[in-house]
Design a protein around this ligand. Structure first.
Ligand code: GLC
Length: 788
């Protein structure tokens, strides 16, 4: 019926803010603790506490005192924040160093101001409340010029102002479009940019939640169909500080193994051992780099996880070892559904040891997925996660180092697309329904997989790709954006989608390059690969029954084009790896919207078709057929065309030429890009580290090189190579000064080649005070070597 006009029948208007909304009401009593403030109100109980000077948590429970220790997303333990109170007849103020929470008492309304006393979040006519059906809701005042970013994996443009969104992890195979709402990931976090200043709001609720950012009533609101109203306000003042505070709360991405940053090739499915070997041989013969090949569901015996089909893959151990020798990892898919089969070990164990999700009466829930009727591990229980994690010795014993988790919304082939919401989760003895915990199924499966693999690999980094997740998913894995199609529109859609995932604490993301369903064509694959070169996650994947999509599938010209860009990925690897390292420490994404760097520039507020890699490179992908020019916005300052080295002055919209071989790339003047050389895979040692210095009017810039072994957790013990290099290019002299920050890891390369662009007058150079030789090419590029 949803597909007919019945969907807009007048009798169907059904909104939580409708008739039975019950406001929290007046404050009846106040209890001011050293760290917590507790309020009893006419229609509920509220607790407020600080996690740090920059993060305050508000919890409302309409029935009893708020429960404070049940978060799946938050890993930060509240710091001992010194709070001070101010009080008068009608209000109370609770203050940390940077945030003040103001409580108006009749009725309760909560507002926040920053360290300078400026309002950041406020409530007006409406505040918190709930409905008779148990939904919780919170209204906040909205400004006409608010811009909203984050919300995880959503279709549409970058700025979510005016949008309504639902969080309910959903397997959407129908073509994603601007109206497609709930997708595979739920990240109920966003930040508001208001007059150049930012703050964040994280609604920590694991059931179905709604965000209405329409602002037409002067408010926006968020609501949850189950659970408490539990949210955090995170101070800025800038977007970067908000994101930093959010990832302190929910955790950062661990640094992935370097091979995970390479080019990956997938298909649903490479069905046999010989097909996989041939595929890898083609990459080697054609000298197209590749770091990983994926095994989709056909590798299994009847889609039973933790098995291989013995006819198709007679000796997986040998296959995996042979490929690893060639620098290629094998990543098998692992779905949560365990086939109902009394003769199958994983099912037997799950039943015997009580690992599967059950109804309240003890009956095991079964749902149809690839293998037919299947049971689903209850990942909310520590014991189940341990069991599942340990089962991955099946893969690690065969030499597998990375796992692909799919269908973990969980997806079920039925009308609701998921598990019965009446199913209970054990939740370590604190049972809750699937309705309440749906959105964390994928997160907890990811945790089980990541932790199990990590343990089994004994000190080597593992790689996890997951389709579903919740706030905090970055702690375990990278996220691809699910079943897109080989549509130009889906190439366009992926840009803001990945940028907003980055603005939601998830830096390691990318779409299926070339598109999953539907048939790709050569031009689309070429343009999509150009884009994929600069998305944090870079995998070509396509569906059963679609035309082949490997780099050579569309003739030699496309192959050369695609190879050029896969090579470019490896050339840029030192720069990308350093950005991944930064992301793992600061939470700032590798792939960024321009607004993150230029929050004062209104041209960036909803700029959805170009992005930045780090803070100094703009990528402007071509996303339409037969398009060989495009408009690019360059913010203030001088920019350099990466290919032609032409200087461009921002702020300005330019029309740039982009023949089929060209992805428009612009580098900010007075900045540095680190490069390596093209190679078959990341397993090939880097022999040449290059720093490309784009000079500008400032006359100076600097770069901090970062390298480590790329495969162990040594970096957590600070085993790395870090060197700070400062360049001054004032008139004819280039002065380089270096500082060794960390030398506990020795890189494979021993010298650094510096290329200096746009410094026509430079004729001589010194490095740390010593005169060094320079070469100056005919087009004025200055080249010199500095020691490691
Ligand atoms: C789902 C995944 C897709 C995969 C397919 C078969 O549709 O999203 O990537 O290839 O299942 O496993």
């Amino acid at each position: 019926m949803q597909d007919t006009s019945f969907a807009i029948h007048p009798g169907k208007e059904n909104q939580i803010e409708g008739t039975d909304y019950r406001d929290i009401g007046n404050v009846l009593s106040i209890e001011k603790g050293e760290t917590h403030l507790n309020l009893e109100c006419e229609n509920g109980f509220v607790t407020v506490l600080f996690y740090s000077d920059d993060a305050a948590r508000i919890v409302m429970n309409q029935k009893h005192s708020p429960v404070l220790d049940e978060s799946f997303a938050v890993i930060q333990t509240p710091e001992n924040v010194h709070v001070e109170y101010e009080e008068n007849e009608n209000s109370v103020i609770m203050k940390s160093g940077s945030l003040s929470v103001h409580f108006a008492l009749e009725p309760l309304r909560i507002s926040f101001t920053d360290a300078t006393g400026k309002p950041i979040v406020s409530e007006g006519e409406k505040g918190m409340g709930h409905s008779a059906a148990g939904e919780v809701i919170c209204f906040k005042n909205a400004d006409a010029d608010d811009h909203y970013y984050g919300f995880g994996e959503k279709t549409g443009f970058l700025d979510k102002s005016g949008e309504k969104m639902t969080m309910w992890n959903t397997d959407v195979y129908a073509p994603h479009n601007p109206e497609t709402d709930a997708l595979y990931q739920s990240i109920p976090f966003f930040m508001t940019l208001r007059n150049g200043r930012a703050h964040g709001l994280f609604f920590d609720n694991t059931g179905k939640t709604h965000f209405n950012m329409r602002k037409d009533q002067g408010t926006y609101f968020f609501s949850g169909e189950s659970g408490q109203l539990d949210y955090y306000v995170l101070a800025g003042p800038g977007m970067k500080e908000v994101l930093g505070n959010y990832t302190v709360l929910t955790g950062n991405m661990p640094l992935p193994p370097k091979w995970a940053l390479g080019y990956h090739q997938s298909r649903y499915s490479y069905e046999t051992e010989s097909e996989v070997r041939e595929l890898v041989n083609s990459f080697l013969e054609k000298e197209i780099p590749v770091d990983a090949i994926y095994l989709d569901i056909h590798y299994m015996d009847g889609y039973r996880v933790f098995t291989f089909d013995e006819d198709r893959f007679p000796d997986p151990k040998k296959l995996i070892a042979d490929l690893k020798e060639k620098g290629v990892r094998v990543v098998p898919i692992v779905d949560p559904g365990v086939k109902k089969d009394p003769e199958y070990l994983a099912y037997q164990e799950g039943i015997r040891e009580g690992h599967f999700c059950k109804y309240i009466d003890g009956a095991i829930y079964h749902g149809d997925v690839w293998p037919g009727s299947s049971a689903f591990p209850d990942f909310t229980s520590d014991a189940v996660r341990d069991w599942w994690g340990n089962k991955h010795t099946f893969y690690t014993d065969l030499g597998v180092e990375g796992i692909w988790n799919d269908m973990n919304e969980p997806a079920v082939f039925n009308e609701t697309k998921t598990m019965d919401i009446a199913v209970m989760h054990d939740n370590n003895g604190n049972p809750k329904t699937h309705r309440e915990l749906h959105n964390i199924y994928g997160l907890k499966m990811g945790e089980a997989t990541y932790e199990g693999m990590k343990k089994n690999l004994g000190g080597k980094r593992t790689f996890l790709l997951t389709r579903a997740g919740f706030a905090g998913v970055q702690r375990y894995g990278s996220v691809w954006t699910g079943d897109n199609r080989s549509f130009w529109e889906h190439l366009q859609l992926a840009i803001p989608m990945c940028m907003n995932l980055g603005m939601s604490g998830v830096p390691f993301t990318g779409p299926d390059v070339g598109g999953f369903a539907h048939d790709a064509n050569g031009q689309l694959l070429a343009r999509w690969t150009q884009f994929g070169t600069f998305t944090p996650y870079f995998r070509n994947h396509s569906a059963i029954g679609t035309v082949r999509q490997e780099p050579w599938s569309f003739g030699e010209e496309v192959e050369a084009n695609v190879k050029k860009y896969i090579d470019l990925r490896y050339i840029w690897m030192p720069q990308l790896y350093k950005l991944f390292r930064d992301a793992s420490v600061t939470g700032l994404p590798v792939m960024r919207p321009l607004v993150l760097e230029y929050p004062e520039d209104k041209n960036t507020f909803n700029l959805s078709d170009q992005f930045m890699v780090g803070d100094n490179v703009i990528i402007a992908p071509i996303t339409a057929p037969d398009m060989f020019h495009r408009a690019v916005y360059l913010p203030e300052g001088k920019w350099v065309n990466y290919w032609t080295k032409e200087n461009l002055q921002g702020p300005k919209h330019i029309l740039t030429e982009a023949d089929i071989q060209t992805l428009p790339i612009f580098v900010k003047a007075d900045s540095v890009v680190a490069h390596g050389s093209p190679k078959q895979s990341t397993a090939v040692e880097e022999l040449e580290y290059q720093l490309h210095v784009y000079t500008g009017d400032k006359g100076e810039t600097s770069y901090t090189l970062y390298e480590d072994d790329g495969e162990t957790f040594g970096y957590e013990k600070n085993e790395a190579f870090e060197k700070y290099v400062q360049f001054s290019y004032d008139r004819d002299m280039l002065t380089v000064t270096t500082e060794q920050i960390n030398q506990t890891y020795t890189p494979s390369w021993d010298g650094i080649t510096v290329y200096l662009y746009g410094a026509g007058e430079v004729t001589a150079a010194t490095v740390d005070g010593n005169r060094v030789e320079t070469e100056i090419s005919a087009d004025g590029v200055v080249k010199l070597r500095i020691r490691r």
